[in-house]
Ligand binder design. Sequence first.
Ligand code: NAD
Length: 351
Amino acid sequence: MKKTILITGGAGFIGSHVVREFVRKYSDYHVVNLDALTYAGNLANLEDVEGCSNYTFVKGDITDAGHILEVFNQYRPTGVIHLAAESHVDRSINDPLRFVMTNVVGTVNLLNAAKEIWKDNFIGKRFHHVSTDEVYGTLGEEGLFTEYTAYDPHSPYSASKASSDHFVRAYHDTYGLPVVITNCSNNYGPNHFPEKLIPLCIHNILNSKSLPIYGDGKFTRDWLFVIDHARAIDMVFHGGKTGDSYNVGGFNEWKNIDLVNELCKQMDEKLGRPVGTSAKLITFVKDRPGHDLRYAIDASKINRELGYEPTVTFEEGLSKTIDWYLSNQKWLDQVTSGEYQNYYETQYKKT
Ligand code: NAD
């Protein structure tokens, strides 16, 4: 019998790459993708796996405890990879409660359902919670976040993710639920929703719109190509130690302004125009409240224990990302026009 793996948030940016990795690599798994299809969920991200016999999509909201339990009862997953979340910091500043509901309550609903159907027989089971380095707060010019860094979130988004991490750990310590957590740095790559920095800038350059940079542009983030994150999730899901956390990162720090300048240079080269053309669109805007200065990940544990290393350098990954957006302008147009939200109705509700 096939082993069923429930992946939540599989229609989103990272989730779609994780679903693809699992569907393609593990023909002996039945991959069930549970997603509410919020504004960030786009099933067109998964067109290429839609017909695969080991893949099922289920529309469902993790805040609905009753429905979640039904899904667990119906599919009896032995593994859960939980990515469904509200993920955009700016949106969390405008509507924190929504982040509490999805990221905290939704996670607890999933933990309860797993605990209920696994009925304390946890052999061969695993609940993998996908989280962020933002739970650790901010760094000064020096230092790196390790798995032992104290949590110190500053935005409603990172506070909700930190809370969800604590619940996941509490279910391990209290009920023995076999959990594992990954805390990853900023991802980039194909299918990234164009409200986030890199796809927003690509979209705006193509449309000659300004490139907004918060504050003085000195905010620093570690960037990882999304496919390398999906590989890390695969490795930790299969080989990570139960009850442990693993930091995932690229050892690849960029100040926002340097990143956007690199992006502008590559866009100019690819569009065949003088270097410097796109950079003229850079506009500094008022800083985001509670903005963390610097995030940087010490990813040595996952390397040491599981042999994980990113495969793509930032320059290569950025080039691949730009190429993907340039050859998938229909995807970008459908996302920016909102048309992608009809995809489920037209593809899945055909009679
Ligand atoms: P995303 O916003 O692109 O996708 C989130 C997905 O979750 C969407 O498909 C959405 O429809 C779904 N979803 C939202 N609310 C839901 C609900 N109530 N019920 C069911 N589904 C729901 O997010 P992403 O960038 O792909 O991030 C995925 C996960 O990885 C999140 O948990 C995020 O915190 C974490 N993470 C993201 C990054 C990053 O750089 N993007 C870095 C580290 C960790």
